[in-house]
Design a protein around this ligand. Sequence first.
Ligand SMILES: O=C[C@H](O)COP(=O)(O)O
Length: 318
Amino acid sequence: MSSTASELGGLEAVTASDAALRRFLNGLPGVDAVGLQARAAGLGTRSVKTTAKAYAIDLAISMIDLTTLEGADTPGKVRALCAKGVAPDPTDRSVPRVAAICVYPDLVATAREALAGSGVAVASVATAFPSGRAARAVKLADVRAAVAAGADEVDMVIDRGAFLSGRVMEVFEEIAEVRAACGAAHLKVILENGELGTFDAIRRASWLAMLAGADFIKTSTGKVAVNATPANTLLMLEAVRDFRAATGRQVGVKPAGGIRTTKDALKYLVLVNETAGEDWLDPAWFRLGASSLLNDLLMQRQKLATGRYSGPDYVTVD
Ligand SMILES: O=C[C@H](O)COP(=O)(O)O
């Protein structure tokens, strides 16, 4: 699919009223689910040459939003995670730092302090993550608290109940209000694909989030049965590619949840390269939301460099 800004009638026109927004979203082409799954599977079988593998592993490390989102999180755990994100292998300073540390809002100040001067961003989930079930005022207060405490990036969840009931303007306005509350912080909009039911809905939610001002669209919270998959990520990569062609604005993509192995991470990089293209192969435009992927990348990196895996104490236990 490709459309120009004028074919869309301009961004303001498609979001000017509830009816116009509905008409636009309902007019997006239907997703050929079988074709999408086949494309994702086909790209997933491409192998990355050994020469490119070392580069790809380091790129994947630099794209990680290293995440802890547990009720049992403590300042100590967050400080340890920050140290790991800044220097993933303290014995090898050639390992790049991760992109961000992602925590709940009440732990942003701890992460901010631990990451000072490191170049690693502080990301925080907000808007009553992961369910998004709270009054809008509560969600906006959540966002403002995270930003005031020092979050560089906010990961919000969309109101899936409103979206699935067809109240798309309500979802649009909420994202736009959160965008405004973020100020200078970047906004990642979590669609929670595993709850949207169809690929068509994921395409509509992607466009809705981008039209409302998302800097990134993100697949999942990591808290439901189906999280990031190659197929739903491919669909979102196509959406950001088409959105840039239509509007001139580039939006990033973040698959999150269940990405644990180097093999998986490299598959996602192939999808980015083959779908959105090289412009997205950068931590500014593509992230991997993951709690335990980093350890596997470090082990594979070591194997590539030395020909053998390190002992079990090489990586810290998550
Ligand atoms: O955004 C990241 C996810 O919450 C982490 O999910 P994961 O523990 O499956 O890697």
